[in-house]
Design a protein around this ligand. Structure first.
Ligand code: ADP
Ligand code: MG
Length: 229
């Protein structure tokens, strides 16, 4: 499987005590599957993504990404693993305001040590995949909110990750745009054989996903309402 968390615990310091963000969470996501995680604010959804993204080391439990156990890896090895295997889509696109759509993607390829020249073609293809054909020369302020989220998704896919982690992708969008973004995530999950976790508090979009799990007080209950096939 592409992503496997086993009995993960995560606490944050909280004054003299600690707050438990993840309380023994286990989850597996295979290549080509999208899991939606729903749950109220403060239930641990973003913490789950941070641990799966290897941005946060758990207090205990195991995180395997693309078959690799992350526990023994150094900070440098984790950065490399993130660049090569993990795509992350945060709630806010965080695009660089002075760069065009194509350049946003080329910058992340540059961080992978790849020359822009080699990747112009791939960038063009990816932008077409996410429905941004003809928009590669636009800057963020010349795009709609939905289009900015598409750039965000395309950017997360430039390194050909095997795992895609998405936090509240529809939070800033109206219903139609939100629906199309979730459809796009489901599509790229299948097309690129990604193991995708999408966190959301909007239950209205869940028709598109393979599996649903609910987070409550740091605990995950599985397949509360599997989508009809
Ligand atoms: P969600 O994404 O579902 O809203 P979070 O994962 O952000 O939940 O938060 C889970 C719990 O951990 C909450 O009680 C939150 O207050 C706490 N928490 C999250 N991040 C931090 C942090 N950096 N420091 C301290 N507590 C945090
Ligand atoms: Mg959150």
């Amino acid at each position: 499987m592409s992503l496997h968390l086993s009995d993960v615990r995560l606490t944050y310091p909280d004054g003299d005590s600690t707050v438990t963000a993840l309380d023994g969470v286990s989850v597996e996501v295979d290549a080509g599957d999208m899991l939606a995680v729903i749950g109220p604010s403060g239930s641990g959804k973003s913490s789950l993504l941070a641990v799966a993204a290897t941005l946060q080391r758990p207090d205990s439990g195991a995180v395997r990404v693309a078959g690799q156990d992350t526990a023994g890896l150094s900070g440098k090895q984790l950065s490399r693993l993130r660049l090569e295997e993990i795509g992350i889509v945060f709630q806010q696109p965080n695009l660089i305001s002075s760069l065009t759509t194509a350049e946003q993607l080329l910058v992340t390829q540059h961080m992978r040590g790849r020359s822009p020249r080699q990747h112009r073609e791939r960038v063009r293809e990816l932008l077409a995949t996410v429905g941004l054909d003809g928009k590669q020369h636009r800057k963020p302020h010349q795009l709609s909110g939905g289009e900015r989220q598409r750039v965000n998704i395309a950017r997360a896919l430039t390194g050909k990750p095997s795992v895609l982690l998405v936090d509240e992708p529809t939070a800033a969008l109206d219903h139609d745009r939100g629906t199309r973004i979730v459809e796009l995530l489901a599509e790229v999950t299948r097309e690129f054989r990604l193991a995708t976790i999408m966190v959301t508090h909007d239950t209205e979009y869940l028709g598109q996903v393979d599996r649903i799990a609910a987070m409550r007080d740091g605990a995950l209950s599985h397949d509360t309402a599997a989508a009809p096939v």
